[in-house]
Design a protein around this ligand. Sequence first.
Ligand SMILES: *Cc1c(COP(=O)(O)O)cnc(C)c1O
Length: 396
Amino acid sequence: MDRFEPNLRIPGPTALPPSVRVAGGRQMINHRGPEFAAMLERILTGMRPYFGTSAGDIAMISTAGSGGLEAAIVNVLSPGDRVLGVSIGSFGDRFAKIAGVYGADVTKLDAEWGYAAAAEEVRERLRGMDDVRAVLLTHNETSTGVMNPIAELAAAIHEERPDALILVDSVSGLGAVPFEMDAWGVDVVVTGSQKAWMAAPGLAMIAASPRAWSAMESATMPRFYLDLRAHRDAAKDGQTPFTPAIAVVYQVDEGLRLMAEEGTDATFARHEACAAAARAGLDALGFELFADPRHASRTVTAAHVPEGLDWKAFNAEVKRRGVVLAGGQGKLTGKIFRLGHLGSVTVEEILGAMSTLEIVSLQQGRPVEPGAAVGAAQRAALASMGIAALPVGAGA
Ligand SMILES: *Cc1c(COP(=O)(O)O)cnc(C)c1O
C-alpha cells in the first residue's frame, strides 16, 4: 500500500468516493430479482436529467465506453449508409473508424486538434454529400481537452439535413456538464461509468431518441450483444438481457445518489470551478494551454510540454509526490499532458495538484514563483464560485 491516496488527475477512470468503493464490495444479488430491478429503474430514471431527455429511452450495457459507441453505430445504421464523421481528436477518429469497420460509407471532417468543430464547415460538408444518414460528433474530446458546441452543431445539421441522425459521444462530458438531448434534437448519446459518474469502468449508458428507436427497426448492421432493443425490452422487466457488471451497477447507483444529493447545478458548477482553476494554474506555471480557450473542456485540461523540459523525469517526480497526470494520445504523445477534473473532483484537489507542479518545477530548475500557480488557480475558482476575494484588512 502507498502511504497516501494518489490525487488521480487523469480523465478517467476517475477516483471513487469512499461510499462508492464500499458499494462495489457488496455481496452479489440475483440479477433477475426485485432488488436489481429497483436499482436498474433508479439508474435509468436518475440519468434522464443528465441526458436531458424525457422522450428517449436509456439502455445500460456492460461494456467499456467504446462498446457504447459501437452500439450507437450498429443499432441505427446499415452497411453502405453515408455518414459524416466529425472528428476533433482521437476519440472522434475512433467513432468514425467503428462506423467504417461495420461498412458505413464514412466521410471524415477533421478539425485541427485543439479546436472545436465549426458549424459552418459541417454545414458546407453536408451540402457536398449526396445523401447523409448520420453525423457523428464528439461532445467532449478527451484527447485534446476541447468541448464541442453540440447545440450549435446540431442546429446546423438539422437545417442542412433534417433526416440525418445525430450520434454523440459524450463519454467524458455527460454528468459533468449540461446536455439537452431532446431540446437539441440529438438522436443517440453515449456515456461511460468511469468518467463523471464516479464509478469503476464497465458500464455504458446509451440514450436514443424516438427517431433513433424507430431507425433500429430497419437498420441492418449485425448486432447481438449490443442490440439496444433487447436491452430496452429487458429493462421493462427490470432486467438486462445478459449478466450485468453488478459491482459497477452498485457503484453507479451510489454515484448517482451522491450526485442527486449535491444537486445537478452544483455538480456542473463544481466542474466549472475546477476547470477554471486548472486552466489558470497551468497557465501561471508557464504551461501553454492546448485548447482553443473559446471551447476549453470543463472536464479535462491539456497543456503543451514545454520545449526543453524532460517530461519523463518531471512526470515521474510528480507521480512520486502523489499526483497522477495523463500524457498525450496518438499524435500528441510526448507533446502534451492532460489533467482531468471530472467525477468526484474538488477545487482543493486541483489546488493540491498545482502545489505539486510548483514544487516539482522548482526542484527541476524551472523558474516559477512559489504560490503563484496555487494563487492563480484559487482566484479563478473563487471567481467561478462567485466568492469575492476581499482586500486584506477589509471587513470585520
Ligand atoms: C473515455 C472515452 C471513451 C471510451 O473509452 P473506453 O476506454 O472505451 O471506456 C470514448 N470517448 C471519449 C470522449 C472518452 O473520453
